[in-house]
Design a protein around this ligand. Structure first.
Ligand code: HMG
Length: 466
């Protein structure tokens, strides 16, 4: 037993991807919008809620929570991330063929959020400037944006007029005050520019999927906060991600993209592994589950068993509860094994950097993980990224993408510095905002989109405040 695992860094050429002469499609740029207000979770919050700050920082993995101001909602945040994306990448409105919005924080049961977003953008670019751009809203809890990305990438592959596509994730994650879900809230938006010959990531167009009807997390019509069965939701997440991983592994082998040799595992071919991030600790649970599941089929099994012993087997236990307890203990030992910890810190840990100071942004969280890797300059051309998206209800999608040679040509986003500039708010102000009782914005909007009124019919009016 060496205790050290070889970390294969595969250098992959993407020039010939896809192999049938079509151009690669993928993520060309990414923009992140986070509200300017922040609630630290280790001070007044943990004191007044009677929670040990150590539980929040270590047990949950979260330090701060982004809070939208009174003039913000999921549509203003989406418009902000899109505006930034267009400015960063010098995009004109007429170049954008489709804007797909993934959200579970929609303000309307019928009207697509993208129409509000286009209305806001036209206040900057001129009325009618997005007239030929179509927009659809994707709702599938936290996986909505990933389904939007999958769909848009197929449209883009067949697009022949030189148009580009945008996928926007925008959400306000909201649970009842003083509930166990409260410290996993957050808010923000991510806009992804999808193009042929992308600068950041070429999608390999291999999607492994898993779906099952579950009651882990949902928000019935009219409810402002989610109904969640917390512990059950963690288990649904793990089952779904493992199911999608197996589906991906089979499809990747059939396509000849990842064909593990004797003793090799699928995860050996993945350089960075991203997961949906409801809270950073969940990424640790999920990666332990996926790596354990994968390694037990390869040569790592012997090394792992050398360190923590063999896996418990259901058939060896008469009492299912005893088996479950042994299984939970084995999972914990695996998560603490030197083999896993080494791979976790090399391939997974840094994806949660931004989430620790923002919280759950639901459907954009996995792409916040990508932004974390970009901010930390962890991506190298030729590396393969695995994405494990999860949405309650429940579905998972596992897909892969290859880092492109032009990755270094993009301007920096300075997200880590921007988070430091946010205004810290009191628990009382946060509670008023949470309950919709704050009449005036805490920070007067400037150079941003703002909700100005909701009229007698319920139509929302937005403006660009300069
Ligand atoms: P909880 O009651 O806070 O959990 O609920 P806990 O008491 O088990 O504590 C969590 C960890 O903190 C444990 O670690 C404790 O030991 C540890 P573990 O034993 O697992 O290693 N801990 C401490 N550590 C250090 N110092 C201490 C201490 N005390 C305890 N003093 C839960 C947590 C996530 C369930 C809750 O916050 C919740 O319900 N959140 C909302 C639901 C959620 O996020 N689910 C995640 C999976 S579902 C999903 O991802 C989809 C979603 O994004 C929605 C969508 O798809 O749209 C939510």
């Amino acid at each position: 037993m060496t205790g050290k695992k070889e970390m294969p860094t595969m250098s992959r050429s993407t020039e010939d991807m896809p192999k049938d002469g079509r151009q690669a499609v993928g993520i060309d740029d990414i923009s992140v919008y986070v509200p300017g207000l922040v609630l630290p979770l280790t001070g007044e919050f943990s004191q007044k809620r009677g929670i040990d700050p150590g539980k929040l920082v270590k047990g949950i993995g979260i330090e701060q929570m982004a809070v939208p101001d009174a003039h913000e909602d999921a549509a203003t945040m989406a418009a902000m991330s899109l505006l930034d994306l267009m400015k960063r990448s010098h995009i004109r409105p007429e170049e954008i063929g489709k804007i797909y919005v993934g959200t579970e924080s929609s303000t309307d049961e019928a009207k697509a959020m993208g129409t509000y977003v286009i209305g806001m953008l036209e206040k900057v670019y001129g009325r009618g400037s997005f007239q030929e751009c179509s927009t659809v809203e994707f709702k599938a809890a936290c996986i909505g944006t990933t389904f939007a990305l999958e769909n848009l990438s197929y449209w883009l592959a067949g697009e022949d007029e030189g148009k580009i596509g945008v996928v926007i994730a925008s959400d306000v994650a909201k649970y009842p005050l003083a509930s166990p879900g409260e410290y996993t809230q957050g808010a923000g938006s991510v806009a992804l520019l999808l193009k042929k010959n992308p600068r950041i990531l070429a999608l390999e167009q291999i999607y492994g999927s898993f779906t099952r009807d579950e009651n882990d997390f949902f928000r019935p019509m009219g409810c402002k906060t989610a109904v969640v069965n917390g512990k059950h939701s963690n288990q649904c997440y793990l089952d779904a991600v493992i199911g999608a991983f197996d589906s991906f592994a089979q499809r990747a082998a059939r396509k000849g993209a990842i064909v593990p040799g004797e003793g090799q595992c699928v995860t050996d071919f993945i350089d960075h592994q991203l997961f949906h991030i409801p809270y950073p600790r969940m990424v640790e649970y999920a990666s332990a589950a996926v790596f354990r599941h994968d390694w037990m089929k390869g040569s790592q099994k012997k090394e792992i068993e050398g360190e923590i012993g063999p896996e418990p087997k259901a058939q060896d236990f008469r009492d299912p509860a005893e088996y479950q307890a042994k299984e939970a203990a084995y999972s914990r030992s695996f998560a603490r094994s030197s083999q896993f910890l080494q791979v976790y810190s090399a391939k997974v840990r840094d994806t949660a950097t931004l989430s620790r100071k923002i919280g759950n942004i639901y459907t954009g969280s996995i792409y916040l993980g990508l932004a974390s890797l970009l901010e930390l300059e962890r991506l190298l051309a030729g590396q393969r990224l695995g994405f494990a998206a999860y949405g309650s209800g429940c579905s998972a999608l596992f897909f892969s993408a290859i880092v492109q040679p032009d990755i270094g040509s993009l301007p920096r986003r300075g997200l880590i510095e921007r988070l430091e500039e946010r205004r810290q708010i009191t628990l009382s102000d946060y509670e008023k905002l949470h309950e919709g009782m704050m009449e005036e914005s805490l920070v007067t909007p400037e150079m941003e989109f703002a909700l100005s009124k909701i009229d007698h019919q319920g139509y929302r009016h937005y403006e660009f405040v300069d």
